[in-house]
Write a protein that binds this ligand. Structure first.
Ligand SMILES: *[C@@H]1O[C@H](CO)[C@@H](O)[C@H](O)[C@H]1NC(C)=O
Length: 381
């Protein structure tokens, strides 16, 4: 906990910005959260890109992505699912060796089938404006580990189609067609999704299932969508009992309906996120999941029938451990706790981070989503 906490304190006293958000707790200063303060103040961040891999907190803190591999620059926005051309995103993503993938210029990538990631990859959109989706399928992280996705717009992700897709230089596999998620995390570990902007997709924006664990979803901006995040495949799916996901410093806009997240069987630490209303509920679950809601900023929608933050999808939930601590509740929002005993995430020293009181969340999440970082300049505006 020491390192992120210290840098967090340092940033409290560094030059800050005027907030233009209509906050219930108006703040004149924006504070970099513990993840951002790890790299954004470095004016030379674009020459130190792989330092980003030291910045994750929570259960996915161990994700190193392509930290120990070379930089690979995507120059070509085209896509061929079976024989990807050198210079394309897919060519980089399927390689067996670690790669830190960046983009030579801004581009919109419309994939012709789901993008199947290989292990030890970072997709780093900083310094360019990169979007994936646009009516094509998006990212599948399946049976792999150590994947970081940072600074990508994932919008309009559609279902994949049945057919062959390459997953490594040696292997092309038959796929039945992906679900239409922004990011699917399927039986994978050490995954970090940070500073992405996700919206309007066919299924979930980020779904974590089939025994995936050690995942952090942070600093993202979610808009215009129904089922935002599902953690856990189906009720009673044993492998998801070991699932641990951290959801931190995200911003959930008022144009979302439900599942921020919906958790089945596993554990989720939901900390320092901003919720600007919802159509049905914010946090839901079934099959005895454990949820710690800590230091979030919940603004309920105006509809008086939907003020409750929480929703249980089945009746027998009195013993499920769902806790709220340091949360801020506005416009009538309320959290229904349940269960007994400790609900603490049990983080390692590397995973641990300082969770601020909910009142500070508008400032800590004010740059959620894709950032506009300029090279050769600190990324603090
Ligand atoms: C930026 O970082 C690179 C690589 O570490 C270094 O060679 C260069 O001198 C740095 N530039 C400045 C202005 O600090």
């Amino acid at each position: 906990m020491e390192k992120p906490f210290l840098s967090f304190l340092l940033l409290l006293f560094s030059p800050t910005l005027i907030s233009s958000l209509p906050d219930y707790y108006p703040s004149t200063k924006n504070i970099l959260n513990p993840i951002d303060s790890c790299w954004r103040a470095d004016p030379n961040w674009s020459n130190h890109r792989q330092n980003l891999a030291n910045c994750a907190v929570g259960f996915g803190a161990t994700a190193i992505g392509g930290k120990y591999g070379p930089i690979y620059t995507v120059t070509d926005s085209s896509d061929d699912p079976i024989n990807p051309k050198p210079g394309t995103l897919r060519y980089a993503a399927i390689q067996d060796n670690p790669l830190w993938i960046i983009f030579s210029r801004s581009m919109s990538i419309r994939l012709r089938n789901e993008l199947i990631m290989n292990s030890y990859k970072t997709i780093d959109g900083r310094g360019a404006s990169v979007s994936i989706g646009g009516g094509g399928p998006c990212i599948t992280i399946q049976d792999v580990n150590h994947v970081i996705v940072h600074g990508i717009v994932l919008q309009g992700c559609a279902r994949g189609s049945s057919g062959n897709v390459r997953s490594s230089p040696e292997h092309v596999g038959h796929r039945i067609g992906s679900d239409g998620d922004g990011v699917t995390v399927w039986h994978s570990t050490d995954v970090w999704i940070d500073h992405c902007s996700l919206s309007e997709s066919y299924d979930g924006l980020v779904d974590v299932t089939h025994g995936s664990t050690r995942v952090t979803i942070s600093n993202n901006f979610f808009t215009n969508h129904d089922k935002v995040m599902l953690f856990g495949h189906v009720d009673g799916f044993a492998a998801d009992k070991a699932m641990k996901v951290t959801v931190a410093f995200n911003r959930f806009s008022s144009t979302l309906v439900q599942r921020m997240p919906r958790v089945r069987t596993g554990y989720s630490h939901v900390a320092n996120n901003r919720y600007d209303g919802w159509e049905m509920y914010a946090i839901g679950g079934s099959s005895d999941p454990t949820i710690l809601s800590e230091g979030n900023y919940y603004v309920a929608p105006n509809n008086r029938y939907f003020k409750q933050v929480t929703k249980r999808e089945e009746g027998n939930w009195k013993s499920w451990k769902w806790r709220s601590t340091q949360d801020v509740f506005l416009n009538g929002a309320y959290f229904v706790p349940s269960g007994w005993g400790s609900c603490s995430p049990g983080y390692s020293a590397q995973q641990q981070f300082y969770v601020a009181p909910g009142t500070m969340v508008p400032s800590l999440t004010s740059n959620a989503g894709v950032l506009n970082c300029l090279t050769a300049k600190a990324c603090v505006n």
